[in-house]
Design a protein around this ligand. Structure first.
Ligand code: BGC
Length: 751
């Protein structure tokens, strides 16, 4: 049961949620879990197919537009639909909303990479048929979405099947929810179509002029059929009419290509993907092999709680489905499962998802960083535009590098994204020890972000200050000296100096010239880091979220009616800004990422203080509170917060899973297990573990990759067992003890 997700509810609300839960993807292509034949009359559905980073641009309309506000916004585009297949049995159209459903089972197989729907249907006139719909988005043939439909009437029947490729598509809009797009539904149009053995439809976006192509073909087995192709404007349909005396199977292959990845070979490449019409069973075998390998490396096992284990599998599986693996793409906040947040990439990647890949799939992690590195020119241009004389300012939300946030207080002002990106480069270096990467990518990112901090910050009374920024907590905007931002910038500045120092002399000269580095710059970075102001309240003994946060009135959370949450949908931003109320972890996150910057007691008091004023209206919050609770020895709390993360989407606890899955929270589940309960930290001196096992579980085990090694960690009631599965002897720290593990013998230590 832990490898499957099943949901058979047929309410409109749950069907929408299921579209996200049952979505399939491979980092390039994403297909929502819509049902092939469509829904009942007047039912809402977000029918969607997406290619990561394939987008259009729309103008941002402002009532008042001030200097350097972004003029355009990018938007992930819903592309050509190839999901649709209608089935008529003796003249009656199959639908789950007519006649009677005698049996229904809908399953996502996370160990096999397929989605399956079995329906036993009785038509309004009483004809019975069993239908099985299976589909997959191939992990190994990235352009391919394949379907297999088995039609098995209880008595011989005249059947008519119509499988279409439809280029007349548009995006979903919801004018009342800022987390979903509010306009610009139609973003692309059909530019070519061709019907033959293979159906071809090409679309182009209106503004970005990016092409997307879908080539589709099918095969019917088990009956002699009359095949026809119907051509309509923008839509091509293959139909099969036949007499079914037993099970008949339709296999469909749909290949997608786009301008970014396939340049001018869209049609040719799509045809290549269809060549040989690989049997569905072969594609299934490939999926299984791919996933066996992935789960061998990345699985996390919790002994003693099946529903939790299911949530863990689900979250990891969707992370794998969503991560871009090429130079132009990253991980959208909703993955490839929906249109929420318009397919944009945020800091969610670096802080919540990247670490999962870093520790289990370092090749994907590297690709994610290379993507960010490729945005440097855009980030330099943005820094200039905003008024900086130097440096790189990364966009708050983007696809190709342009700032896409129209609301700067909770967008551009979140300068911390530039420090978050640097942080992930540093983590990558610490985990892989990759010197070439340090030289070719990390150095430039750290140099340019350091230049930004030097330009936007200033020294006063011996302290380096960063004014007018917004930290992670979006209920407190445009403040001076946000602790999180300052401490992350400090870390980034210190590491910029280190990165240069680590370069061999020759490389250093070459790169100093390339990046126009002046000797004096490094001295300034060092000084700014040393003097970085980290606001602290003597009265409370905690790090202050910023210069004014603690002077504000405290929001009365206890007496705020339940239906007023999330607060952002019920209160004007200014109201929220005037109170001590946090949408999500802010200072507490700073403590988690950089625990050596504050002493234990300060972190403890900060935790207690901020916990009382945090709503967790953002799904990015729970895992941080869980990890820090574990760090501070509060197992019960760690467990309670953790539970909120693991099944957030499966149980739709945030009530907006229909718009897409909460990918950062999904990463947070892994983080909470590994960084939280196992207490792992990646430090310059090596790995550190401080394990605590919640009393609810018997065991927790996982694998990580670290500097060419594969390490398995298992916690049980009494001890932690460290076993080196691949690679050289490893030295690490367990609590305060230095430990060495060799390939020949696991190490067992009390917890
Ligand atoms: C959160 C941000 C996050 C964004 C995308 C917002 O609700 O407050 O921190 O980056 O969602 O997930």
């Amino acid at each position: 049961m832990t490898w499957n997700v099943t949901n058979n509810e047929l309410t409109e609300e749950q069907l929408l949620v299921n579209e996200s839960l049952f979505s399939l993807g491979n980092g390039f292509l994403g297909v929502r879990g819509n049902v092939e034949e469509g829904y009942g009359p007047d039912m809402t559905s977000i029918r969607g197919t997406y290619i990561n980073a394939y987008h259009d641009e729309t103008e941002i309309e402002y009532g008042e537009k001030l200097y350097a506000f972004p003029e355009t916004q990018q938007k992930l585009v819903n592309i050509i639909d190839s999901q649709t297949v209608t089935i008529d049995i003796d003249g009656e159209r199959f639908s789950m909303f007519s006649g009677k459903i005698l049996g229904l089972e809908r399953v996502l197989h996370m160990d096999r990479g397929i989605q399956e729907r079995r329906v036993h249907w009785r038509s309004p006139k009483g004809k019975e048929v069993k239908l099985t719909f299976r589909r997959l988005v191939s992990f190994t043939r990235k352009e391919l979405f394949a379907q297999e439909i088995t039609i098995d009437p209880s008595t011989p029947a005249e059947v008519h099947v119509a499988a279409s490729v439809n280029g007349n598509v548009s995006n979903f809009v919801d004018p009342n929810d800022p987390r979903v797009a509010s306009g610009h539904a139609e973003r692309l149009h059909v530019t070519a179509q061709e019907a033959g053995e293979v159906l071809h439809v090409t679309n182009q976006t209106y503004e970005t002029k990016l092409n997307v192509h879908c080539a589709s073909c099918s095969l019917l087995e088990g009956a002699e059929a009359d095949k026809e192709v119907i051509e309509e404007e923008g839509k091509l349909t293959e139909t099969y009419s036949f007499q079914a005396d037993g099970p008949v199977v339709l296999t469909r292959w749909n290949a997608y290509t786009d301008t970014y990845r396939h340049e001018n070979r869209l049609k040719e490449k799509a045809e290549e993907v269809l060549a040989g019409r690989p049997a569905f069973s072969l594609l299934e075998k490939e999926q299984k092999e791919y996933l066996d390998h992935f789960w061998m490396q990345a699985n996390l096992k919790v002994g003693g709680d099946e529903s939790l284990q299911q949530g863990i599998h689900f979250n990891l599986y969707h992370l794998l489905q969503s991560a871009g693996r090429d130079a132009v793409s990253n991980i959208p906040a909703k993955g490839l499962s929906g249109e929420g947040y318009e397919g944009h990439y945020f800091w969610d990647t670096e802080i919540y998802m990247f670490p999962v890949f870093l520790m289990t799939q370092p090749e994907i992690a590297k690709q994610l960083l290379k993507y960010r590195h490729s945005l440097l020119d855009a980030a330099r241009a943005r820094a200039k535009e905003v008024g900086h004389s130097q440096g790189a300012l990364f966009p708050w939300r983007t696809i190709t590098g342009g700032e896409c946030s129209a609301y700067f207080p909770a967008g551009t002002a979140q300068y911390h994204i530039s420090a978050d990106i640097s942080y992930s480069f540093i983590q990558y270096y610490l985990v892989t020890g990759d010197e070439d990467f340090l030289r070719d990518y990390m150095l430039e990112v750290l140099t340019e972000t350091s230049r930004l901090w030097m330009d936007m910050g200033h020294e006063k009374n011996g302290m380096f200050r960063l004014d007018d920024v917004t930290g992670p907590d979006e209920y407190t905007c445009i403040v001076n000296n946000n602790y999180y931002t300052n401490v992350m910038a400090k870390h980034s500045l210190r590491w910029a100096v280190k990165a240069w120092q680590k370069l061999p002399e020759g490389d250093r000269r070459v790169w100093a010239e390339k990046l126009d580095l002046k000797e004096s710059e490094m001295k300034q970075w060092e000084k700014a880091a040393k003097n970085m102001y980290l606001p602290y309240s003597n009265e409370l003994g905690i790090q202050a979220q910023d210069d004014t946060f603690l002077n504000k009135k405290v929001w009365d959370l206890e007496n705020t009616p339940k239906e007023k949450f999330p607060l952002l949908l019920h209160y004007h931003p200014l109201t929220l800004y005037r109170y001590q109320v946090c949408k999500q972890a802010d200072t507490v996150l700073g403590h988690f990422l950089l625990e050596d910057e504050a002493d234990e007691e300060t972190m403890r008091r900060s935790y207690d203080y901020y916990e009382k004023v945090t709503t967790h209206d953002s799904s990015l919050s729970y895992c941080v509170f869980s990890m820090m609770a574990a760090r501070l020895g509060r197992g019960d709390k760690a467990y309670r917060y953790f539970i909120e993360t693991a099944r957030l989407d499966i149980d739709n606890t945030h009530k907006n899973t229909k718009d897409g899955l909460h990918l950062a929270n999904m990463g947070g589940t892994w983080l909470a297990l590994v960084f939280g309960f196992a207490g792992m930290r990646v430090k310059e001196k090596g790995l550190v573990f401080r394990p605590v096992l919640p009393k609810e579980w018997d065991t927790l085990s996982f694998r990580i990759q670290y500097q060419g090694r594969l390490l398995e960690v298992t916690l049980n009631r009494k001890e932690a067992v460290y076993q080196l599965l691949e690679g050289k002897t490893l030295h690490f720290t367990h609590r305060n003890e230095s430990v060495t593990v060799t390939a020949s013998r696991p190490v067992k230590l009390a917890i």
